[in-house]
Structures are given as C-alpha cells and as structure tokens.
Design a protein around this ligand. Structure first.
Ligand code: SF4
Length: 333
C-alpha cells in the first residue's frame, strides 16, 4: 500500500467533469517525487498535465500568477487544505492523507502521557482522519481529550505552519498537547504557541517524544536576535511575491516605524527568502520578514543577520512585551 492517498480516481473524475484542457500540478517538497507518475496517469484523460517545480510550502503559495501565460485552466494543489478564499483559477485541493496505522504509536505515547489527564489532540491535514481513533484510544486509557475548533482553519484539530488557532482555543483546558504527525515542524509550532508540554507521536517511525527542550533553546536564540537587531542602523523589510504571503501594507507601516526610530529601512521584494539571497545585501544589519513567519523560525541562525518576524519586531519596537508576545505566538499571523 502507498504511504499516502493521492485520490487519483476522484481527481480524474473531477478533471473530466470540469472539462479541463491543461492542468498544473503543485506539490510540496517531500511529495514532488510522485508528480511525474501523477502527471502520466492524469494525461490518460487527454489533458496536458504540467508540474510546478518551484518550492511550495503551503496553500498560501498557490500557482496563480503564471496561469494565463501557460493557458492553464485547472490547478491541482496537493498536500494542503484550502486557505485563500477566492482563487484566481479553478483549483482542486487534495489533502494527501497518510495511510500509516496509528494504534501502536499512540499506545507508546501513553507512557509519556501517564502523568497527565487532560490532553489536547492536534494534527496536520495528512492525519486528520486518525483523530477519532486516537481520541478513542486515549479515552479508553482514562484521559479527557480536547480537540480545538476555532473556525479559522479547515478541520477541527488541524494546524498549519502559521495557524495554531485550534490549539489556542483549548490551551486553557489542557495540561499537555499530543501532536500526531511526521516531523517536528508543526509540533514545534504547537509547543511554541502555547509553551505547554508537547508530545510528538510520529506514525511513520512510531517514535514518541517530548519537544520542550528544543523550544527553550529556540526562545533563547530569538530573544538574542531581537537584542542584536535593536542595535541595527540599516533594516531590510522583506515582502514576498507569493500571492498568499504578500503583506506590502504592513511592510510600509514597519518602514515608517523604523524611520521614526531614526534608522534606515528599505523594502526588498523576493520570491524565495533564503540566506543566499540576503547575502547580496551586506550593508543591511537586520531584516523584518513580512512573508511566511516560519522562514527563520526553526533555524534562525542559518541567516547571517537577524531576520525577525512581524511579532518579533513588535517586541523590538516596544509595542508588545516579550512575555506577552510569547503567549500570543512569536510567529502567528
Ligand atoms: S505562510 Fe508559511 S507557515 Fe503559513 S501556510 Fe504559508 S508556508 Fe505554511
């Protein structure tokens, strides 16, 4: 059995029903390797199937700007649930649910959960279908389970890289969060946005562990970077060219605030915010990133200069105290 469900039957039925001629396949890193095979199968319906090879980390980064140039009449976005309200081109979302079994991993996690009774359950779209099973296993073990429902995200209990509203909606009721999913990225987001114990239960390798040591280290690093950025004279304000991440209005406000502090600020437009791109600006001492707030979060030291999120800049400018901002979430939008 494949590790993920790409819903090819549904896709092919929808492509035919919509009468598409030219479709664009957009997949996140980690799933791109499936793209050529998907394209081949989809082309059996008689449509031309084109793959986007650009990086794609979220549904905020829909393939939109080039659709007319290549006469694309349907975008198929894999791996993320819908985020933008009105797409410019007809778009089908495929969650790409995991087929990994969950029971053994949750049974293992009960060891780490033994001192807690009130548990917040959280996951990504890939494992959302497992929440009922996980809830039943935890209840059977005598736990009380909470699943967030903030109405700001597609599924109850779901998180994305920058939306932890479901977690926030239950944080006062729970003692610990149990995150079901592979990799640390989203689980770290849960821990950072709540500062509560967070246990990761990975159904792919069946490993379970507590994340909080890493969170404390990250918080120290970010505090130190804010202090370094305070001494900066020349700021770069990063604005993304990705439609769902572009925040020019906020960039203009931040520019004014910096100039009112007696410092210099320039706006820099970028598609991919990577260390190599920023190395081209050796006279800039610090950056404020108005694009994806997670870009510099999990490995802040990969950039030569501090790259602050908008919320971290609010700490630097004195608009919000550090402790208060930790509660709000240093990288929440
Ligand atoms: S802005 Fe960043 S964290 Fe948020 S959905 Fe997009 S890629 Fe993910």
């Amino acid at each position: 059995m494949k590790a993920f469900d790409f819903e090819e039957e549904r896709l092919i039925a929808e492509i035919i029903a919509r009468g598409a001629n030219r479709v664009l396949l957009q997949l996140p890193e980690g799933l791109k390797s499936e793209a050529p095979n998907l394209a081949k199968n989809i082309e059996k319906t008689g449509v031309l199937s084109i793959i986007s090879g650009d990086p794609c980390y979220g549904a905020c980064d829909l393939f939109e700007t080039e659709v007319n140039r290549f006469n694309i009449d349907l975008v198929i976005h894999f791996g993320h649930s819908k985020m933008v309200k009105n797409e410019k081109v007809s778009t089908i979302y495929v969650d790409v649910r995991s087929t990994a079994k969950i029971t053994k991993t949750i049974e293992k996690s009960l060891l780490l959960l033994k001192e807690y009774t009130k548990i917040g359950l959280v996951t990504t779209v890939q494992h959302i279908q497992t929440l009922k099973t996980v809830q039943a296993l935890l209840v059977k073990a005598g736990k009380t389970v909470f699943i967030g429902n903030s109405d700001q995200i597609h599924y109850n209990g779901q998180v994305t890289g920058c939306n932890y509203s479901n977690v926030k909606s239950i944080e006062d009721k729970v003692e610990v969060f149990l995150f079901v999913g592979g990799g640390r990225f989203h689980a770290l987001g849960v821990a950072l946005s709540t500062i509560k114990p967070t246990i990761l239960a990975n159904p792919f390798d069946q490993k379970t562990y507590l994340l909080n040591t890493q969170v404390n280290k990250l918080l120290h690093q970010h505090w130190a970077l804010i202090q370094k950025a305070k001494k900066a004279k020349n700021f770069g304000i990063l604005v993304s060219l990705k439609p769902g991440q572009e925040n020019f209005k906020n960039a203009m406000k931040i520019k004014k605030i910096i100039e009112n502090m007696g410092k210099n600020a320039v706006i820099i437009l970028l598609r991919e915010i990577v260390p190599e791109a920023l190395m081209e600006f050796p006279t800039i001492d610090a950056y404020v990133n108005t694009a994806c707030p997670r870009i510099s979060f999990d490995a802040p030291l990969k950039f030569l200069q501090p790259v602050l999120s908008i919320n971290e800049f609010k700490v630097l400018s004195g608009e919000c105290p550090w402790q208060e901002m930790i509660k709000i979430g240093l990288f929440e939008k």
